[in-house]
Design a protein around this ligand. Structure first.
Ligand SMILES: *Cc1c(COP(=O)(O)O)cnc(C)c1O
Length: 429
């Protein structure tokens, strides 16, 4: 087993996801290829479920981490709700067999059309992010004749000590309502006839590896709950968001059940232990369930750097380019002792210097070898693009020894879909 990846291991010299050998799979289906372990996702979910045993809690998978239908189905069948950020994500939930009533709709920029679609589908809650959004949601609800269940996202102003692009709970962020405005916003929401106030939510950031930001945020949110309820506005649920980190490079985030033991103790002490709780984990449910297999196309020695050029790129794995993120990279075929390790920058074929997947990695590889990019289950395929007119990769969901293709590779026809050429203009004589 690879450290931190209990469902990924070497067996007979090749890397396996559960009981599935990645070498023949990649030979058959081509590369780049995403492969996910169903058991790994369910184990990550089980840690949260253990943490909440005996509580009134709803786990809503934050599907922007990985919105592939085959992945959504795993969580829908396990009883999860979903945290969505667009009407497109709602359509995907419904297509995967999820229930609208267990869906919460987050995001700072919901359109009127998206609100109407979500109301008509009967979603569980809108997590409203601004005072202006409240007014628009009220108007849409009145015109749709469905009262909108709302929670207000509050900004607890705690530093999750993660990458600045993925901290969301600080004053300078675009997310949520400032602490000072919270009561006034709830009073306004409670006065609007199209809205039904049901909860409060926060989400302080992503890839959080410490407990303390969660404990601090919980205290601040509970202070607000007390203030809001003292003003005569009852809240059915409290939603603590997502954000728990995973092990990318020796990171040691708390286990979900251990973290929630501490948080639930605080809730009990403060008298909120019986309240309905919601959480919105994304990355921690899927991140380390997935790998991306890629083939070495060329090795290119240089004076300052050696490059290992592979067939996956920033359009498949955008996190290094976006956040300078680290992904482990390991060979699919365990190298023979005779092959020499060379330190490479592992880069893709895209025409951007930002197109790298790993820097300064010692690898014993040659053209034709396969590599596995680790921790590729979250924020990879869901962020993938067709940049450089590259087809998006295929995806496989492994369940024991069975490999289900859950998305086929884009074809060249797919790349042209929806585009229309204007009539050719006459060439001047
Ligand atoms: C992205 C997001 C999440 C999930 O974050 P992870 O770090 O993937 O757990 C949860 N809630 C909201 C509102 C989000 O935007």
């Amino acid at each position: 087993m690879l450290p931190g990846h209990p469902y990924i291991h070497y067996s007979n010299g090749t890397l396996h996801v559960e009981q599935c050998d990645l070498a023949p799979l990649a030979n058959q289906l081509g590369t780049p290829l995403f492969v996910y372990s169903k058991a790994s996702m369910l184990a990550a979910l089980a840690a949260y479920q253990r943490g909440f045993a005996g509580r009134n809690a709803q786990i809503c998978y934050a599907m922007k981490a990985n919105s592939t239908l085959g992945v959504l189905q795993v969580f829908a069948q396990a009883g999860c709700g979903f945290d969505i950020v667009s009407a497109g994500e709602l359509a995907r939930v419904l297509a995967a067999g999820g229930e609208a009533s267990k869906v919460i709709f987050s995001g700072v920029g919901k359109t009127r059309a998206e609100m109407r679609t979500a109301l008509e589908a009967g979603i569980g809650c809108f997590n409203v992010e601004s005072e202006a959004e409240l007014e628009v949601l009220n108007a849409v609800a009145l015109s749709t004749n469905v009262r909108a269940p709302v929670s207000i996202r509050v900004n607890p102003n705690v530093d999750p000590q993660t990458h600045p692009y993925i901290s969301t709970g600080l004053k300078g962020n675009k997310f949520g309502i400032a602490h000072e405005r919270t009561l006034a916003t709830y009073q306004r929401a409670a006065s609007l006839p199209g809205l039904h106030v049901v909860g409060i939510d926060c989400h302080i950031g992503s890839q959080i590896t410490l407990e303390s930001p969660y404990l601090d945020a919980m205290d601040r949110v509970l202070d607000l709950v007390e203030t809001i309820e003292a003003a005569g506005i009852p809240l059915e649920h409290i939603d603590f968001g997502g954000g728990l980190g995973i092990n990318y490079q020796g990171d040691t985030p708390p286990e979900a059940d251990a973290l929630w033991n501490k948080l639930l103790t605080k809730l009990d002490v403060r008298g909120f232990g019986k309240r309905k709780l919601m959480i919105e984990p994304g990355r921690s449910l899927v991140g380390n369930a997935g790998v991306c297999i890629t083939e070495v196309l060329y090795t290119k020695p240089g004076e300052q750097k050696n490059f290992c050029i592979v067939d996956a790129a920033m359009n498949d794995l955008p996190r290094p380019a976006m956040y300078q993120a680290y992904h482990g990279i390991v060979p699919v075929q365990q190298s023979s002792a005779t092959q020499q390790e060379v330190v490479y920058d592992v880069v893709g074929p895209v025409c951007e210097s930002g197109d790298w997947l790993g820097r300064d990695r010692p690898l014993a590889v040659q053209a034709g070898d396969q590599l596995a990019v680790l921790s590729a289950g979250a924020y990879c395929m869901s962020m993938a693009s067709n940049y450089n007119a590259r087809p998006r990769a295929a995806e496989v969901l492994v369940d024991g020894a069975t490999a289900h293709v859950v998305r086929t590779r884009d074809t060249l026809q797919d790349l042209l879909r929806g585009e229309v050429l204007p009539p050719a203009s006459k060439t001047p004589d």
